[in-house]
Design a protein around this ligand. Structure first.
Ligand SMILES: NCc1[nH]cc(CCC(=O)O)c1CC(=O)O
Ligand SMILES: [Mg+2]
Length: 347
């Protein structure tokens, strides 16, 4: 033993470790001692009412086609999508969000199938509305599941045209509203589309159809599994950096939000979720709007993969990741874990 450690040993312990005087008597652990106390002081909680469940729809009868990078998530034919909606209703999940897998032969340069009032999404909307009217239905407005080039907008000479795309998107939104969509979710990031869609909806008598703007949608690598699910992975030429946001920016998200609010958005969304909690918090603080986070396909894939490998406790990271959205200010979360979470919460 060295001299210094010997002298340390001789010092009365109470003088060295008088935590009470160090913290001024404050002991944070007091409140954490027991389960009842932890529950009592809890600031945020996840409830079934916070959940939006994204579902992939495909053609066919009684189809459930697994998606490789999204364990437990299937593409569903419309009859099975109705079953899923019934499940959502039973569990009390407020909203399901529908995404189409469009047959490759229906995809073209303009994404014209998006405007077909009998396309997959419209048929799914009508079927679900008829059988399960108590569940809210949200639909995606963007051209990527319908274009042969996989982009959300119209492409000319390698450039995504803004205003021409907006025109196309307003028609797409109208077709969806007519088929029974309750919440229009423009995910395309064109400028001015929220205002244009609002104007057309109002003009056609759909004043009650809500708009959840994908306001701060980033050009992210976390969408990979989704693009596989809607079959846009192999078709996508280039990337989406000229319309989706640069992951480096947050001030820009505030401007996007300000515009969408002015143009008539009822709700805002930040996407992806977990890597962008700072953006979520800023939007919520700045605008106090109903604000949502999308825990995207890549986040889901990541948590499931680590869980399957035994590297993370999947159950616990799932809860923790969703609670983080609530803490960061989300009023609700789009998550592929929605049915699992709701089943547990219901018990
Ligand atoms: N514009 C379509 C759209 N709507 C939702 C997602 C991603 C959702 C997810 O990854 O779970 C995408 C993909 C993209 O923009 O490339
Ligand atoms: Mg915008």
């Amino acid at each position: 033993m060295t001299n210094s450690s010997k002298s340390t040993m001789d010092t009365p312990l109470s003088a060295m470790t008088d935590v009470g005087s160090i913290t001024g008597g404050r002991r944070m652990r007091r409140n954490r001692r027991s389960d009842w106390s932890r529950r009592l002081i809890r600031e945020n909680a996840l409830t079934i009412n916070d959940l939006i469940w994204p579902i992939f729809v495909m053609d066919g009868d009684n189809e459930a086609q697994p998606i490789g990078a999204m364990p437990g998530v299937d593409r569903l034919s419309i009859d099975n999508a109705v079953r899923a909606a019934e499940k959502a209703a039973t569990l009390g999940i407020p909203v399901i969000a529908l995404f189409p897998y469009t047959n490759p032969d229906l995809r073209d340069d303009e994404g014209s199938e998006a405007l077909n009032e009998n396309n997959l999404i419209c048929r799914a909307l009508r079927a679900i509305k008829k059988e399960v009217p108590e569940v809210g239905l949200m639909t995606d407005v963007a051209l990527d599941p319908y274009t042969s080039h996989g982009h959300d907008g119209l492409l000319r000479d390698g450039i995504i045209l803004n205003d021409e795309t907006v025109e196309q998107l307003t028609r797409q939104a109208l077709v969806q509203a007519e088929a029974g969509s309750d919440i229009i979710g423009p995910s395309d990031m064109m400028d001015g589309r929220i205002g244009a869609i609002r104007a057309v909806l109002d003009n056609q008598g759909y004043t009650d159809t809500q708009i959840m703007a994908y306001t701060a949608k980033y050009a992210s690598a976390f969408y990979g599994p989704f693009r596989e699910a809607v079959g846009a992975n192999s078709t996508l030429k280039g990337d989406k950096q000229t319309y989706q946001m640069d992951p480096s920016n947050t001030d820009e998200a505030l401007m996007e939000a300000q515009l969408d609010i002015n143009e008539g958005a009822d709700m805002l969304m930040v996407k992806p979720g977990m890597p962008y909690l700072d953006v979520l918090r800023r939007l919520k603080d700045e605008f106090a709007m109903p604000t949502f986070a999308y825990q995207v396909s890549g986040e889901y894939a990541m948590l499931c993969a680590a869980g399957q490998n035994g590297w993370l406790d999947q159950e616990r990271v799932m809860w923790e990741s969703l609670l983080a959205f609530k803490r960061a200010g989300a009023d609700g979360i789009l998550t592929y874990f929605a049915p699992t979470i709701a089943e547990t919460l219901k018990r």
